[in-house]
Design a binder for this molecule. Structure first.
Ligand code: DMJ
Length: 471
């Protein structure tokens, strides 16, 4: 017994000597408690996958784990996997690996490249990833990179409605693509607000908020929005209202931006939106809570086709205080997961068919189980993530990393490990299982790609001024 105490004592001294504080005062991994076996397993698997990325795909966007090669999103790589992986490696205490990415970003990453980038995707992954890298490291050079990147995104917002075009050329600022879905139209207030705060330049948040207001102002008389819009005319191209893929992060950012910055206007839009979502889209079918698709003008439900992205919603319901619905909806997704032992990308709950049976290592159900586990303290949600992790290991694990699944009915593998597997899936699993005190649930807020930001970094007495909204 005495020996154990001595060991703990010396380990304590060692960790205290090793520790360095980041800009936010968040602690280095060496101060954390002994990890649980499961958390350690997630760390080991993350490190294994990261080493494979480095071996087979370094300098490129994505690892192809079956062919042990790589692919890029565009003609030239944007280094998306490492930027997405950084905050997960950091949070897990893999600080050397994280530092290596930070250094590469500073030394070698140049965004002055002649490629058309998808504005939504690069906002959540690259801008969000770089801002979080700055938040965690305190390295001002990273903030400069983030600002440089955002400045290259800004021409996209110069449309007649303020809703960004789909593509922007990072070198020339040329834009194209005048039809976007709602998520692509209006999921910018979070990253752009953070950038405005750090640079004290309101223009970023103002551009993001203008796009959000442009969507909200085009709601129907009953308060619902559609899902695809023309950025030049402001006319709805599709008038189907839902919370699924293609809309999801619009709602997520209304609430999270209101919470992080205290912009009441966004809070009011959220309040109005959640009321009509629950009124028109929620339905009880086969003893389960579902959110279907309705016509934005009549509110009539017209489709029971949902996407696995929708499993982000229990987390938002839970943080906004609707624990009952959050639990109920999570139960639905848990049922679907257990039906296939993974989730199909698209599922029709009335026809009981997977319309698109792909599983891309997506995080949403795991993210919501993590939030519910922390908010309710109930073991059910920890157990859910234990189950999901066990299934992912069984069906998606390869000899070098993890890979997506072509069809959850046959478990045929696809040769692709999406960058959000590093950013989100592994992070939420780790945080659910971890004992460590460093990343306290209440102290952080995540962008939609799970890049963490410390809430206390954003002083509520300054947000209105730095972001340019009325108190
Ligand atoms: C992620 O890229 C983001 O979470 C996005 O908002 C939607 N879902 C994917 C992963 O499934």
């Amino acid at each position: 017994m005495k020996n154990i105490f001595l060991l703990i004592f010396f380990a304590g001294i060692l960790t205290a000597c090793n520790s360095t504080s980041s800009k936010n005062g968040s602690n280095n991994s060496s101060e954390k408690l002994q990890e649980t076996e499961l958390a350690q397993e997630v760390i080991d698997e993350t490190l294994r996958s990261w080493k494979s990325y480095k071996k087979y795909a370094w300098g490129h966007d994505v690892l192809s784990p079956l062919s042990k090669s790589h692919s890029d999103w565009y003609e030239k790589p944007l280094y998306i996997s490492p930027i997405d992986a950084y905050s997960t490696l950091y949070v897990m205490g893999l600080t050397q690996e994280a530092k290596e990415i930070e250094q590469y970003v500073i030394d070698s990453l140049d965004f002055n490249i002649d490629i058309d980038a998808k504005i939504f995707e690069v906002n959540i992954r690259i801008l969000g990833g770089l801002l979080s890298m700055y938040d965690l490291s305190g390295n001002k050079l990273i903030l400069d990179k983030a600002q440089d990147f955002a400045d290259r995104m800004m021409p996209a917002f110069d449309s007649p409605t303020g809703i960004p075009y789909y593509w922007v050329n990072l070198k020339t600022g040329e834009v194209k693509g005048n039809q976007v879905n709602v998520a692509e139209a209006a999921s910018y207030t979070f990253e752009m607000g953070i950038l405005s705060y750090y640079t004290q330049d309101t223009k970023y948040y103002q551009a993001g908020k203008k796009a959000t207001l442009a969507i909200f102002e085009r709601r129907s008389e009953i308060g619902l929005i559609g899902d695809i819009i023309n950025v030049e005319t402001g006319e709805w191209v599709s008038t189907q209202s839902h919370i699924c893929a293609g809309v999801d992060s619009y709602y997520e950012y209304l609430y999270k931006s209101f919470l992080l910055f205290g912009d009441q206007e966004l809070g009011e839009i959220w309040d109005g939106s959640i009321t009509v979502i629950n009124k028109f889209l929620a339905e009880d079918y086969d003893n389960k809570l579902w959110y279907g698709r309705a016509d934005m003008y009549t509110g009539e439900l017209e489709s029971s086709v949902v996407t696995l992205y929708d499993a982000f919603f229990p987390a938002i319901l839970a943080i906004s205080g609707d624990i009952d619905r959050a639990k109920e909806f999570q139960k639905t997704w848990d049922w679907l997961w257990n039906k296939y032992n993974l989730e199909p990308m698209i599922y029709d709950y009335k026809n009981e068919t997977p319309n698109w049976p792909v599983y891309d290592l997506n995080p949403e159900i795991i993210e919501s189980a993590y939030y519910l586990s922390k908010i309710t303290g109930e073991d059910t949600y920890h157990k859910m993530n234990e189950q999901y992790w066990s299934d992912i290991k069984e069906f998606c694990r390869t000899d070098v990393a993890f890979t997506s699944i072509e069809d959850v009915q046959t478990m045929e593998k696809k040769d692709y490990m999406p960058t959000f597997f590093f950013a989100e899936t592994l992070k939420y699993l780790y945080l659910t299982f971890s004992n460590q005190e460093t990343y306290k649930f209440d102290e952080y807020m995540f962008n939609t790609e799970a890049h963490p930001f410390m809430k206390s970094n954003f002083d509520r007495n300054k947000t209105a001024q730095y972001l340019g909204f009325e108190k």
